[in-house]
Design a protein around this ligand. Structure first.
Ligand code: UDP
Length: 237
């Protein structure tokens, strides 16, 4: 179907993501921490552990647990969010933990838990993906034994235009938008997170998925650069 040419409100190309930045070690009390900004969305991740899992009956003698708590702060959105945890916060906590579990050698941490806290002080869509990127870097910063880092980005469609990294304005597109947050682990070639909100044809879905997987590779490369830059000096000391 030949639709009218859609232009993105901020003038980005379809596969162009917003400006990004990573920062390591933002929470001094945590074992590892990182901040990730993508446009006006900002996520801070703090990792505590590995530490003993309580209550003890939850302990697995063969592997550790990666647990996550996601929180969209009250003032992070234009219409104040009530501070009590919502069903969405609970869902996203599980989504983030599942997306990241395959990054870690959990078998190295029997009976232990690695706690990942994701706080979102500013939200303009894509917060679960931003949280995953921040948490991936924070896990590495905490010295957790990892198989690899994770990249996460939302793909989707506004009208018939397939795009990456939708803003809130794009998610609320009057004629309908589709949002597909994706987490991809490039070394294992594993998709560990995929949700779909909206309608999309299978051909467009495949196109969106391919675009997101490519961008996740870039996001991981950037994380590697940040880690290398941080620890480069410590070799020479
Ligand atoms: N949002 C909001 N109030 C809420 C929850 C979400 O204004 O209580 C906004 C916020 O900008 C968020 C966006 O809606 O980033 C999209 O939320 P969604 O549930 O799709 O998750 P996200 O895209 O943030 O992973």
């Amino acid at each position: 179907m030949a639709g009218k040419k859609i232009k993105r409100p901020d003038g980005r190309k379809p596969d162009e993501i917003r400006e990004i930045s990573y920062e390591l070690g933002v929470i001094k009390n945590a074992d590892g921490s990182a901040k990730f900004k993508i446009g006006n969305t900002e996520a801070i991740a703090a990792v505590y552990g590995p530490r003993e899992l309580h209550p003890r009956f939850l302990q697995d003698p063969n592997k550790g647990m990666l647990r996550c708590k996601y929180n969209l702060m009250s003032f992070s959105v234009s219409e104040r969010k009530r501070p009590a945890p919502t069903r969405r916060d609970t869902e996203l906590s599980l989504v983030i933990a599942n997306a990241l579990s395959q990054c870690v050698f959990l078998e190295k941490y029997p009976k232990l838990v690695i706690d990942v806290f994701v706080e979102v002080p500013q939200a303009d869509a894509g917060t679960r993906c931003a949280g995953i990127c921040a948490a991936s870097l924070a896990l590495a910063d905490a010295g957790i034994e990892m198989k690899e880092l994770a990249g996460s980005i939302s793909a989707g469609a506004i009208g018939d235009l397939i795009v990456l990294d939708l803003t809130k304005e794009e998610e609320d597109w009057p004629k309908g938008a589709t949002d597909i947050p994706i987490t991809y682990l490039p070394r294992q070639k594993l998709i560990t997170g995929l949700q779909l909100d909206g309608d999309i044809s299978f051909a467009d879905f495949k196109k969106a998925l391919k675009m997101a997987m490519e961008k996740c590779k870039d996001l991981v490369k950037k994380q590697e650069e940040v880690l290398k830059a941080r620890y480069k000096g410590s070799d020479e000391e």
